[in-house]
Design a protein around this ligand. Sequence first.
Ligand SMILES: N[C@@H](CCC(=O)N[C@@H](CS)C(=O)NCC(=O)O)C(=O)O
Length: 263
Amino acid sequence: MSAPWKTKITFLDIPTRVSNPTSLNTWKVRLVLNFKGLQYETRWVPSADIQSVCKSLNIPPTGTKPTGDPHYTLPAIIDYTRSSSNPEIISDSTPIIQYLEHTYPSPSHKLFPAGMEAEYRAFETFLLQDIMKHAPSLWFVDTLNAKSPRDQADFRARIEGRFGKKFEEIELQGAEREAAWKDVERALGSLSNFFPGGKGKKYLTGDVVSFPDFALCGFLLFIKNISPDDGWQRIASLEDGKWDGYVEAFGGWMAVDHPPAEL
Ligand SMILES: N[C@@H](CCC(=O)N[C@@H](CS)C(=O)NCC(=O)O)C(=O)O
């Protein structure tokens, strides 16, 4: 879908040492930027620099750390389209997508069809709580390995501080790991309960893409990019390759405008 807007948007994403970005939250926004055909330029910000860069650009924090300090995260966008001196500055993936949808709507395609708000919110909570709760147990080592050497040191120190144990001891092994995977598979298998109208269709809610699809595809791209030979193989083998086909349906919206500089 190509848009009539000539936008000037800076999109802040996190570089990795694998061939693609890996953050599910930044993918969610990048997919929407591409889907809407908006012009943007990626600014690559190593995760160790997120706080300092966000502060310097007046990007608001998205939460509060357990210490009470503000928590800065990516994605964020700075939209200079309407004003180069007073741009719109937005953080947090869902508010960013709501802003993009409101500011650059398509007359023929609503990402948030009316009346679906409660389902969408419940779905986001489900994705974060029922699936991403397993990230430390199943995917932290792959996440660490995908980061640049400097970000690896930063991530390791933060995670070990938060969990109070060595990084390598956080992931589950053996039967416990298998049980966690089974729970992820169960959760993925139950997705159609949220959107019964999408059963057997191309996207979650039916034949056209809508907001929850970008969130789900962001998660699937996270796994596909951090663990192409293990985690992704496992997900891709479910339900006769359903998730592989699902991600393929986003192929046109996965472009990365320019790669990160040498890490
Ligand atoms: N609620 C935020 C969460 C974003 C988030 O957690 N981003 C991660 C990357 S996937 C991040 O920036 N982490 C940096 C940090 O925790 O210091 C959103 O949906 O955008």
